[in-house]
Design a protein around this ligand. Structure first.
Ligand code: ATR
Length: 291
């Protein structure tokens, strides 16, 4: 039962109705027998600062931030982590009541890296990764993967956005991003170990869409999708037909959530708890309307 001693967590976004964060965090608190609760808050851009300072005043323990506030929330932070600075987005807020600080973090990139490393049982050092997309999710994965010494190529429908990330990577990390054009896509894909769809293509209700043609997916690679609804996207279905090992978007979603818990609670969620979080999401996705 939620009471005066209950630790309060939540996610801010707009719209927020379909967020799966409450499901997985509640599952974690229940299993760990932590007196905590997690709510989804629909917050307009104009109220974002008030919402954060209100949560601080109400002694919330932590917040997640989702679309469309991940960038605009930065101005309300007292400090941001190195990852958040590189990615230029915050998805996790910690209220430090001892130092009286509101601190912003980004766990999206590390969430993707953990999902890959756990599935591969191997580190990313020297691995060649091909990213489809140049939005916020792509940026997070790119900066985290480069920090883990992977090599990155990128293709995006709007090439200018890929070039902008490339320029930022050069400036902030002094590293190189290979920007690929559509005419070279099929050949360039072959030269990679891991291919990641970081676009929204294939997300419900457009589940029959695929970011690239099936025949462009090279055989025997590792293929990951950040889209988690549906759990098995058309892209992953096609990749399986090409004998690729696949990693679905639920893994990244849960891993970024587990990283947020680590920041808030100063503890490492054990693997069995991460599995419980994952199961709670899969159950919700399978049982509820998927829009
Ligand atoms: P997020 O923060 O979730 O990454 P975003 O910043 O809006 O969301 O980025 C969405 C990504 O999906 C972009 O790379 C976008 O390509 P453009 O930069 O060309 O817009 C990509 N995307 C969305 N719909 C697409 C489509 N139908 N075909 C190809 N790429 C698409």
């Amino acid at each position: 039962m939620t009471g005066s001693k209950t630790k309060i967590f939540g996610v801010l976004g707009h719209p927020i109705g379909h967020s799966l964060s409450p499901v997985m965090h509640k599952a974690f608190f229940k299993e760990k027998k932590i007196n905590a609760d997690y709510f989804a808050f629909d917050v307009d851009e104009k109220n974002l600062g008030d919402a954060i300072h209100g949560a601080d005043a109400l002694k919330f323990c932590g917040l997640n931030v989702t679309i469309p506030h991940k960038i605009s929330v930065i101005k309300y932070m007292d400090e941001i982590s190195e990852e958040a600075r590189l990615i230029n987005a915050v998805n996790t807020i910690k209220f430090d009541y001892v130092k009286d600080l509101i601190i912003g973090y980004n766990t999206d990139g590390i969430g993707a890296i953990n999902a890959i490393e756990k599935n591969l049982n191997d580190g990313l050092k020297g691995k060649k990764i091909f990213i489809l997309g140049a939005g916020g999710a792509a940026r997070a994965i790119i900066f985290s993967a480069l920090s883990n010494n992977a090599e990155i190529s990128i293709y995006n429908r709007t090439v200018e956005k890929a070039i902008l990330i490339g320029n930022d990577v050069k400036e902030k990390l002094n590293k190189y991003l290979k920007v690929v054009h559509l005419k070279n896509l099929k050949d360039e894909l072959k030269d990679n170990d891991i291919i990641i769809n970081a676009t929204s293509v294939g997300m419900f209700p457009n589940a029959d869409e695929c970011p690239i043609n099936e025949y462009c997916i090279p055989k025997g690679k590792v293929v990951m999708d950040i889209v988690y609804n549906p759990i098995e996207t058309k892209f992953l279905e096609s990749a399986k037909k090409r004998n690729c090992m696949t990693i679905n978007g639920v893994d990244m979603l849960v891993e970024q959530g587990a990283e947020a818990l680590k920041i808030w609670l100063n503890m490492e969620p054990e693997e069995y708890l991460i599995n419980i979080m994952k199961k709670s999401i899969i159950k919700k996705l399978k049982n509820k309307p998927k829009n």
